[in-house]
Design a protein around this ligand. Structure first.
Ligand SMILES: *Cc1c(COP(=O)(O)O)cnc(C)c1O
Length: 368
């Protein structure tokens, strides 16, 4: 099965991890500090904090900006559920904003959703393609809201002259196995704000403040959300290859775009993307006449050895969210879910693999 996305580990990665295993500290050491400074440098941001997952990083970011009970945050329903789950964990009501044709939050629909309870906008760069970050930043500035960017798909992508995620107050990246680079499990926050950095750092590690000698203090409770040194070593090694990985995925995406041009079955998101995307996902968007046979197409693609997936079921469609917030229906998000399939696009594929995949996909549609 050729998966929609997968990790790419080479001998240098393995060496980096085995060296870390021999280092004096397996956690809370120099390797995490180095990974953080390399990430800060790569993204041109003042501060970086590594985490054991993007989910815990999201939670820490939400807590750092002070989200709490009865607050609201405007977010995208087309995301992995963690983006909203962590809002729920903070007692915050997610207010779902409909998406555009590219699966990203529609910045033009945000304003009417702002209420006196709104504290933040939480965006998601779907598939690795940037949201309209400058517009959202402006809305946040005008309405005194925090801007949190769940950039789990998109480390290394570019928006205007900025790396994706760098216009927000805090941005979160994921290093889960199949994200653009991996530490097995892992995540990071970047920010330019000293206060938010200090707060998130305390949440990451029990709220413990070091004082003199053995003396410590705790003002607010926290967690153990730390990344191990082994993971950080893998992260440093992977980060060196990030731009190469993105380059390979871009070539695959362009190969797909070329083969799929003007086909009668679906259009590809990638062909219309104005920014440099990471192509974490390569979504095809089925024409409405194929929506009712999507299950059949999906099964046929799997039979052909394509590890396809659908990203995402709108978060408000999950039972928990229905129970909490009732029936929500956002037309574009619903249609997006009915139309989308993510096809294999990762750095372990060759262009020949991509051509073969494309051929199989067109064949499945022809025969449907
Ligand atoms: C993967 C992902 C997460 C969660 O990342 P983990 O590192 O697995 O916790 C959060 N948000 C989005 C958009 C994701 O794709």
């Amino acid at each position: 099965m050729n998966p929609y996305s997968t990790q790419s580990i080479d001998e240098d990665d393995i060496k980096a991890v085995t060296n870390a295993l021999r280092s004096p500290q397996l956690t809370q050491g120099k390797i995490n500090e180095e990974f953080e400074s390399k990430l800060s440098e790569y993204l041109n941001m003042k501060y970086c904090l590594t985490f054991n997952s993007a989910t815990s990083a999201l939670y820490a970011a939400y807590k750092a900006i002070g989200l709490s009970k009865n607050d609201e945050a405007i977010t995208s329903p087309i995301s992995f559920v963690a983006t909203s789950n962590m809002l729920l964990e903070c007692g915050v009501k997610p207010i779902f904003c409909d998406v555009k044709r590219d699966g990203n939050i529609n910045e033009k629909l945000i304003l009417p959703l702002i209420t006196p309870k709104t504290k933040a906008i939480v965006s998601v760069d779907y598939a690795g393609n940037s949201i309209e970050a400058a517009v959202i930043k402006n809305i946040c500035k005008k309405h005194d809201l925090f801007f949190i960017s769940d950039s789990s798909h998109s480390i290394g992508g570019i928006y205007q002259d900025h790396k994706i995620g760098t216009l927000a107050d805090m941005s979160i990246f994921s290093f889960h196995a199949i994200k653009p680079i991996t530490t097995g499990e892992g995540g990071a926050i970047v920010t330019n704000d000293t206060d938010l950095y200090e707060k998130a750092k305390l949440i990451r590690s029990h709220g413990v403040i070091k004082k003199d000698l053995w003396n410590t203090d705790v003002n607010n409770s926290g967690f153990n959300f730390r990344m191990t040194e082994l993971q950080a070593a893998l992260g440093i090694s992977q980060l060196k290859k990030l731009d190469i990985f993105i380059g390979i995925r871009e070539e695959i995406a362009q190969t797909y775009d070329f083969i799929f041009k003007n086909n009668p079955y679906f259009f590809t998101l990638h062909q219309n993307i104005p920014h440099k995307t990471t192509n974490h996902l390569y979504p095809i968007i089925l024409s409405p006449e194929f929506w009712c046979i999507k299950e059949n197409i999906f099964t046929q693609l799997q039979k052909e050895g394509l590890g396809v997936q659908v990203h995402y079921k709108p978060i408000y469609e999950f039972s928990l969210y229905k129970k909490l917030f009732g029936d929500i229906k956002l037309n574009n998000a619903n249609d997006f879910y009915r139309a989308e399939i993510s096809i294999p696009c990762h750095q372990k594929m060759t262009l020949d693999d991509a051509k073969k995949c494309a051929g199989k996909i067109l064949k499945v549609f022809e025969q449907s």
